[in-house]
Design a protein around this ligand. Structure first.
Ligand code: DGL
Length: 276
């Protein structure tokens, strides 16, 4: 397989660009083909069956265009569809974001109390809980859906009183057990188990107990990608890597909101509208 082929990545929308950003920082020479299924976002409130169908369609579009590795840059899709995708493409390395996120959480925790915040579907499926327990069998894990963080991040309301009030409503039961359902000792790690949540890190930090390690999977996923490419002799080590974007809805909106998630401008000319 030629190492010039792009890394394929998909997400329900622009959130996975936080993963692309980390991959780009670590591997500037790699070509990347990113698909955001914005027409069907959010995945996080849909059933595992529906998300799996969408994930298989996204992967098929990327595979059709020739990729050397697939990154499922969406927590919800990683949580429910990773096994189906690996079974569908046995010769293609497929990397999700849940395992690297669990890895980073376990490495950061001293007291073994880990809280995970994510979409409804990711929490309900228990993928993070299983991945953390596989590494840290004695861990005490609490999972909390925080669905309103997704539109807040898309709207750009990531700091200030509104974001902080919503963060407090979601996180108080975790960090202030007397007012809710948390365990006796507060967690020392909070996993941002959704691609959108890193944008809200300032508001989340404002509410989380001081000293809590905030973990997201973007950087660990990027390291996992680099490792797999190196193991398979697929690293592209010269030239400036290109990023090409596919979206299933509204190119200008993808470019506009995507720019905020990526932190660098996305030109509309680099975005192609696709039907899956
Ligand atoms: N990308 C999704 C995730 O990481 C969040 C947005 C959605 O619900 O589709 O879970």
């Amino acid at each position: 397989m030629p190492n010039n082929l792009p890394i394929g990545m998909f997400d329900s929308g622009v959130g996975g660009l936080t993963v692309l950003k980390a991959v780009r920082q670590l591997m500037p020479c790699e070509n990347i083909l990113y698909l955001g299924d914005t027409a069907r976002l959010p995945y996080g409130s849909k059933s595992a069956r529906t998300v799996s169908q969408y994930a298989v369609q996204c992967a098929a579009e990327l595979v059709r265009r020739d990729i050397k590795l697939l990154v499922v840059a969406c927590n919800t899709a990683s949580a429910v569809a990773l096994d189906s995708l690996r079974a569908a493409y046995p010769d293609l390395p497929v990397i999700g974001v849940v395992e690297p996120g669990a890895e980073a959480a376990c490495a950061a925790s001293s007291n073994g109390h880990i809280a995970v915040i994510a979409t409804e579907s990711t929490i309900a499926g228990g993928a993070y809980q299983r991945a953390i327990h596989a590494r840290l069998p004695g861990a005490s894990i609490t999972g909390h859906p925080c669905p309103l963080f997704v539109p807040l991040a898309e709207e750009g309301w990531t700091e200030g009183p509104i974001a902080e009030a919503i963060a407090a409503r979601y996180l108080d039961p975790i960090f202030n057990p007397a007012s809710g359902t948390g365990s006796d000792e507060p967690p020392d790690v909070l996993v941002l188990g959704c691609t959108h949540f890193p944008l809200l890190a300032p508001a989340i930090k404002h509410v989380a107990a001081p000293g809590t390690a905030i973990v997201d999977s973007a950087a660990t996923t990027a390291r996992a990608v680099r490792q797999v490419l190196a193991d398979r002799n697929l690293v592209r080590s010269n030239g400036c890597g290109s990023s090409v974007y596919l979206t299933t809805d509204d190119v200008p909106r993808f470019a506009r909101t995507g720019t905020r998630f990526l932190g660098t401008p996305i030109a509309e000319a680099d975005v192609e509208l696709v039907d899956l």
